[in-house]
Design a protein around this ligand. Sequence first.
Ligand SMILES: [Zn+2]
Length: 213
Amino acid sequence: MRPLVAFLEFGSHRSIVFPTDRTCILKLPPPSDSATDKLFWHWSPNGSYSIKSSYKLIMNRLVSTTHLEIDADWQRIWKTNIPYKARFFVWRVLRGIIPARGALQKRGLQISALCSLCNRNTENTWHVFVGCPYVSPVWTEATLGNVIDNMIDTTDSFSALVFRFLKENPHPVGDRFLMILWSVWHRRNDILWNDGPRDPVSVIKRANSILSE
Ligand SMILES: [Zn+2]
């Protein structure tokens, strides 16, 4: 028996071979020449394993695909003039993969889903960035309070609100808005882990200082 067939039939490492690949391989007739078996990674075009392809696989399997239902300009996020770390953060927010308590509880963590700052509502992206009483003063300080308030009444998800904001506001305002989102999240973590400042001014200052770097 060929080594690969034996490996697939009896090997203790079946879990590293996808069931569909295994079935197909076992149906192949034995080669007439003396060609040797080779292992190919299913998730890359050339069959070579890479960290990037495994990351993509994990993300595809674990991450919600509801974002695909949003008819929005995703490229707009990547074309902003904010640092890459902030763009990536916003992308994660819109995909619903920031570690907010509500999402963590859904994934099985035995924790309270209530907001870690106000302890009033479920901690999700909507609450963290627009619903929490700790964030409203930030938008007021940024002179975006009215704009956000108007959108709250007419959008049904935080992702929709962000895309609408970016559509209705030119680059400098949109970029600042996204940078403030980043700063709001980091202020939240600073309060929780480092007893950081709670005032809205520090959130805006941080966002502005990173934008001007
Ligand atoms: Zn809250």
